[in-house]
Design a binder for this molecule. Structure first.
Ligand code: 13P
Length: 252
């Protein structure tokens, strides 16, 4: 069965005390509610992850990281391995976010390695893809997403794909206030599901959770999530405010 998910990506926001306090409020909110219709995930900075994972243990909310190393262990100063992330109790890791691709020059080959490390360590992967503005304007968006998935993700096996969630995040919609229209999101999500189907078969494609990300907020979430191939969201700015984040989860 295809799972609905709403994941918050805190990016580089909140100090440790603020992050822990916020995770406690999110946990309290969902623990006091009947089961949410979506799995809720908080993807935090590395510094917060141990504390947040402890707070969320036995709660209805899962934790995740925003990146992991492309190597398993050793002399890689400043890096954090997938195994270390897993050891905090976290379940997920975001790989291939556009901010990692553009600011830290992570290419398809590196992202493929990171995905392998994460899956090998028993983490679930939220694999991001999406085109920049110019690529959309010149009609290259399908080609770009196809390349990103083909080279970064589709080298993995069908069995491994059961541990993967795909997030479509058009770069022009991230943090800009511009959102893909529900029809634009549906069109790309359907295309992505088709690619998964061609590579891995219909059953794996039908089970694949595909999230939308990019200026998702309480006022537009319900309409975007109502589309048949949109299975939830990856939320940046609005995941930092309890009321907005919980309203987006309710919109599923
Ligand atoms: P915003 O929701 O702030 O546009 O960010 C989306 C995003 O990048 C989530 O990973």
């Amino acid at each position: 069965m295809r799972k609905k998910i709403v994941a918050g990506n805190w990016k580089m926001n909140m100090n440790l005390a603020e992050g822990l306090k916020f995770a406690e409020s999110v946990s309290r909110y969902f623990n006091n509610k009947p089961a949410a219709k979506a799995e809720v995930i908080l993807c935090t900075p590395f510094i917060h992850l141990g504390g947040v994972s402890a707070i969320l243990e036995n709660s209805k909310v899962a934790s995740g990281a925003q990146n992991c190393a492309s190597e398993e262990s050793g002399a890689y100063t400043g890096e954090v391995s997938a195994g270390m992330i897993k050891s905090t109790g976290a379940k997920y890791v975001i790989i291939g976010h556009s901010e990692r691709r553009s600011y830290y020059h992570e290419d398809d080959a590196i992202l493929n390695r990171k995905t392998s490390m994460a899956l090998k360590s028993g983490l679930k992967v939220i694999f991001c893809c999406g085109e920049v503005k110019e690529e959309r304007e010149t009609g290259k968006h399908f080609e770009v997403v196809k390349r990103q998935l083909g080279n970064g993700l589709f080298l993995h096996s069908g069995k491994e794909m059961a541990e993967v969630v795909i997030a479509y995040e058009p770069v022009w919609a991230i943090g800009t206030g511009l959102t893909a229209t529900p029809d634009q999101a549906q069109e790309m999500h359907k295309f992505i599901r088709q690619l998964v189907s061609e590579k891995y078969g219909k059953e794996i494609a039908e089970d694949m959770t595909i999230l939308y990300g990019g200026s998702c907020k309480p006022s537009n979430a319900a309409e975007i999530f109502s589309k048949p191939d949109v299975d939830g969201g990856l939320i940046g700015g609005a995941s930092l405010k309890l009321d907005d984040f919980t309203a987006i989860v309710e919109a599923v």
